[in-house]
Design a protein. Structure first.
Length: 322
């Protein structure tokens, strides 16, 4: 996802620049000084923008802006981030008001991890129980796995998720070592509600073959899609057979129809990347009905040896990117 960070360009410049991006980030703006700029830009967003970040704008102390800006979010935006805004200082009723009244129905994913980090388990569950039906995705980044009380809280919260939530993200874990990361993820999988069809564990380390093998083997058959982006999977891309990426992913159950991997191959020369990537795709064909890969390789730039280029091109349907 390409993110445009709003700085001090003119409004017209900003709108023109957005044509090549998928998301916009207002975190470097300041309220109330930039309120008019933000409102103007949001009201003119081109339809290629699907995500907006309002992080670190101190929205808890600018609630009039917060409720007003949501009315201007265009229909093509489905994802907003209101993290790091001291929203945990608000009452539960005020937080619920934000979700249930002000956020438009076309927004299906709202990220506000700091609220869940700082409120009690009971208050978090109260908020989750009042989520409107159009909220379908929930992400919990930055859980500190060394803090047992935080781990227990999130395990309790996960078990209370409403049936509307089908996409769960456990991303960018903190305080990880060689074992506690996998131990925590296995605990999450052990209490995962049956309605969770998409499991996102992107942005974590996941560089131990045996530990990650156990996690993938424990993914329940109710999960059909898994996101392994921005992890350390490039370590397995250059290993010999037995502990390579394709062997690793074979620990997943055969009902998985979508695996997302990105930023894995930028560590290697193009020729080696093409060989490893191609080998993985060959073995994964039997495993998956279709596989979503976002490896960062272009097979049309002519940098690859002809034989490899032809082989990769033969697998064009598998080279889907999102």
């Amino acid at each position: 996802m390409k993110i445009f960070k709003v700085n001090y360009e003119s409004i017209d410049e900003t709108i023109d620049n957005l044509r090549e991006y998928d998301a916009i980030d207002f975190s470097e703006c300041e309220l109330p000084f930039d309120e008019w700029r933000i409102k103007k830009i949001v009201s003119k967003l081109p339809d290629n923008i699907k995500s907006i970040s309002f992080r670190e704008l101190n929205l808890a102390n600018n609630q009039d802006f917060l409720t007003n800006i949501f009315t201007k979010i265009p229909n093509h935006v489905t994802d907003i981030d209101i993290s790091d805004n001291r929203l945990s200082n608000l009452s539960v009723d005020e937080v619920c008001q934000i979700f249930c009244v002000h956020i438009p129905q076309h927004v299906t994913n709202v990220r506000m991890y700091d609220v869940f980090l700082n409120l009690s388990t009971e208050k978090c569950i109260t908020i989750l129980n009042q989520f409107p039906e159009h909220f379908q995705r929930l992400s919990f980044p930055y859980i500190n796995v060394r803090k047992s009380e935080q781990v227990e809280k999130f395990l309790n919260i996960i078990q209370q998720l409403s049936e509307n939530i089908y996409h769960l993200g456990i991303t960018h874990l903190w305080g990880v070592n060689s074992s506690n990361e996998y131990e925590f993820l296995n605990k999450v999988l052990g209490v995962l509600p049956e309605q969770i069809a998409h499991f996102d564990i992107s942005g974590n380390m996941l560089h131990d073959y045996d530990g990650l093998s156990d996690v993938l083997a424990n993914v329940p058959e109710t999960v059909f899609s898994i996101d392994l982006s921005d992890n350390m999977l490039h370590k397995f891309a250059c290993r010999k057979s037995g502990q390579d990426l394709s062997s690793l992913l074979r620990h997943l159950h055969c009902g998985i129809d979508s695996i997302k991997v990105s930023k894995m191959t930028s560590f290697f020369p193009r020729y080696k990347v093409a060989q490893r990537d191609l080998a993985c795709r060959h073995s994964l064909q039997e495993l998956c009905k279709h596989t979503i890969w976002q490896s960062g390789i272009s097979v049309t730039e002519g940098h690859l040896p002809k034989t490899v280029h032809e082989e990769v091109t033969d697998y064009e349907p598998i080279l889907s990117t999102i």
